[in-house]
Design a protein around this ligand. Structure first.
Ligand SMILES: [Zn+2]
Length: 355
């Protein structure tokens, strides 16, 4: 086992333009780097800022991971993965922010000691520190990466996306796209030149107190417009959205169990909750795939059940637009949305022909 080099990287000198460009063999959107720049923020480290006005739905960038490991990877796996990177990528990795506290689980230290040569004792503490630093960076910057079938979860490090700071009212949306093996970042609305690009690290439906608790993982207190809003109604609406989500999911769980026993009235009751939730989400500007997209998709299925084909088609068209905006046409979610729209149109056609 070799002794690690200490992570001596002065992040103030690492600007966005220093990051080497990949060969331009890939499709255009993969290498696009002209829409934003990285610079220091007053309180939240380095952030990403629009270098020009960016229209809603634009794919701002997408990138490959430099480290991707199974969900259950531990300190030693992470450290070994980082040390196996080429020099440039190691520099990128060590330059990322580390804001999580040391893990309480220290059993890995004994395993590490067991695997070391006997003469390492004088530098063992340095080795442990380097493992802890690698782990803290990993914990702070990892993104969830699900396989195409959604069954396998990995965690990946994407140095560009890692620079995106958090907001509970985000203006961009990120997700790993397993079809192209890249994490994509899209504009959720029109963004003006100079605005900071902000994504959400968490489920934005939670009320403020819960969001604050979850965000402690990254060691900061969110100062976004939703968290600092003097408007209690906004928090109430998010709580209501969360309650409606939970109620709709519970009802859907019951329906799957005894689907054949559901009456028209029960489908309509679920549809009523979905419509209420859609109105609240639109009022809050929470118009991304995990919130509004999910609700419109539920709405389409329920509308078909109760014979509201026109609504089903209109809502399915909304799902297609939301997936295009948040994830792009090369995502499996976009393909599924197109299928949903075809299904709704098919039902509408069949009814028109039958009447
Ligand atoms: Zn916030």
């Amino acid at each position: 086992m070799t002794i690690p080099d200490p992570p001596i990287v002065d992040i103030s000198t690492l600007t966005f333009t220093d990051v080497p460009l990949k060969p331009t063999a890939g499709p255009g959107p993969y290498t696009r780097r002209d829409l934003y720049e990285e610079r220091q923020t007053p309180e939240a480290g380095i952030g990403a800022f629009a270098a020009t006005s960016i229209p809603s739905g634009t794919r701002i960038f997408c990138e490959e991971s430099i480290v991707m490991l199974p969900d259950e990877a531990g300190h030693v796996d992470v450290y070994n993965a980082v040390k196996s990177l080429g020099e440039e990528k190691q520099v990128m990795y060590w330059a990322l922010a580390a804001s999580t506290k040391a893990s309480r689980d220290v059993a890995w230290i004994d395993r590490l000691r067991g695997g070391c040569d006997e003469d390492i004792s004088s530098t063992f503490n340095d080795l442990v520190s380097s493992h802890e630093q690698a782990w803290s960076i990993y914990e702070t910057n990892r993104f969830t990466c699900k396989s195409v079938d959604g069954c396998t979860k990995s965690l990946g490090i994407f140095p560009q996306a890692a620079r995106l700071n958090h907001s509970c009212s985000p203006n961009v949306f990120h997700r790993y796209n397993p079809v192209i093996n890249r994490l994509t970042v899209h504009a959720l609305r029109d963004i003006e030149k100079g605005e900071e690009l902000l994504t959400s690290y968490i489920d934005i439906c939670h009320p403020t107190v819960v969001r604050r608790q979850i965000l402690k993982h990254w060691g900061f207190r969110c100062r976004c417009s939703a968290c600092d809003s003097p408007d209690d109604d906004e928090d109430f609406r998010r709580k209501r959205i969360e309650d409606l989500f939970s109620k709709i999911n519970k009802r859907e769980g019951k329906r799957v169990k005894n689907g054949s026993k559901w009456t028209d009235k029960e489908y309509k009751r679920s549809l009523g909750a979905v419509v209420k939730c859609i109105r609240l989400l639109e009022k809050e500007g929470m118009e991304e795939t995990d919130t509004l997209g999910v609700m419109y998709t539920d709405g389409v299925r329920l509308a078909v059940k109760v014979g509201e084909e026109e609504n089903a088609v209109e809502w399915a068209e909304k799902v297609v637009e939301i997936e295009r905006k948040c994830l792009g046409e090369d995502s499996k979610e976009f393909v599924a949305a197109k299928e949903l729209l075809e299904m709704a149109r098919g039902v509408q056609r069949a009814k028109a022909e039958g009447s």
